[in-house]
Design a protein around this ligand. Sequence first.
Ligand SMILES: Cc1ncc(COP(=O)(O)O)c(C=O)c1O
Length: 396
Amino acid sequence: MQLISSQMTGYMEQGSWIRKMFEEGIKLKKEFGEDAVCDFSLGNPDLPPPAIIKETLAELADQADQPFFLGYMPNFGYPAVRERLAEEVSKEQGVDVPADCLVITCGAAGALNSFFRAVLGPGDEVLSPAPFFVEYGFYAENHGAKLVTVPSKPLTFELDLDAIDAAITDNTRVVLINSPNNPTGAVYTRKELEGLAAILTKHNEGRDKPIYILSDEPYRFLAFDGVEVPSLLDIYTYSVVCSSFSKNLSMAGGRVGYALINPAIEGKETLMGAVIMSNRILGFVNAPALAQKLLAKALGSSVDISIYDDRRKAMASVLDNAGFEYTMPKGAFYFFPKAPGGDDVKFCATLQKEKILAVPGSGFGCPGYFRLAFCVGENVIMRAKDGFVRAMKNAS
Ligand SMILES: Cc1ncc(COP(=O)(O)O)c(C=O)c1O
């Protein structure tokens, strides 16, 4: 008896590098103890949520005996939370975003899927620069579409606009970008985004369906050295933003985020209606009530990003000391150095012998590199110093 679909069988056999490393980590920690392993494999924010979350939870406890405290609500979320979110997002994007351009979703992942469900059909293509967040391929295929990837420029991971231009076909429906980027830490400049917008505007001529830019921005808050994270809303009309509070409020398990439809899109009400409908019929129904109530109070707060910046500098010093080649991340909490010797899978195995866990770039569609997440204390980063030096020596 075949219990599951062939597609799912394939997915499960394929596995994911992040999951593999996660399982290796559990094994190593069991054998050598938690403190002996330096685990840079997971992008799971380890900083505690801001104090306002605990305060609000205590306040909410007093309301928990009210009818509908955790009841159903409109599929777009609590109207008052959406109003508050609109204020905050307008500040962030530098564009006036009315509340009725927002759908509150189950994280950025829920927003991506709800938007895809609204616009994609069988045979459609979602184009994404590589390396890319590993779930994108699954999300496109959830809706009968396929992910087409275009390599970014080596080492700097800037957009290769000529390559993107050449990869667009009649089936391209969405260009999916992520800035600040997981796994590279790149932040696309205004010039790059304007270049991308010009290419898509050219391709849109004569089409009856626009090519959207979907900008995945859960790391927007985490840009270092004052670097600008430009908004796409005033650069390209057919732009949609998805984001979440998984990283800036360390609320990844709270599952709350949003999709933002550019207010400048003519007929945006239809697109909004479709995304709200998708949120419902994909089975999300609405984003979790409790997380939305927390969000209403916590909007505008953030974890202490100076801690991430200190870790970034510590990791850079450890990598420099061992002689790795990399581009300093401008945002997010990842490094994506070159794998010495060129074989990323082999090099991650070498690191593992030093009890250092990293994810091969192959898992992000970019062999020859490896990802280090700095969602760990500075003590763990410093503890890995000698291990990186030995791994580098063994590889060369
Ligand atoms: C680039 C990127 N997009 C989307 C997500 C999903 O975020 P969420 O937990 O808000 O669904 C993540 C999570 O790590 C991510 O790194």
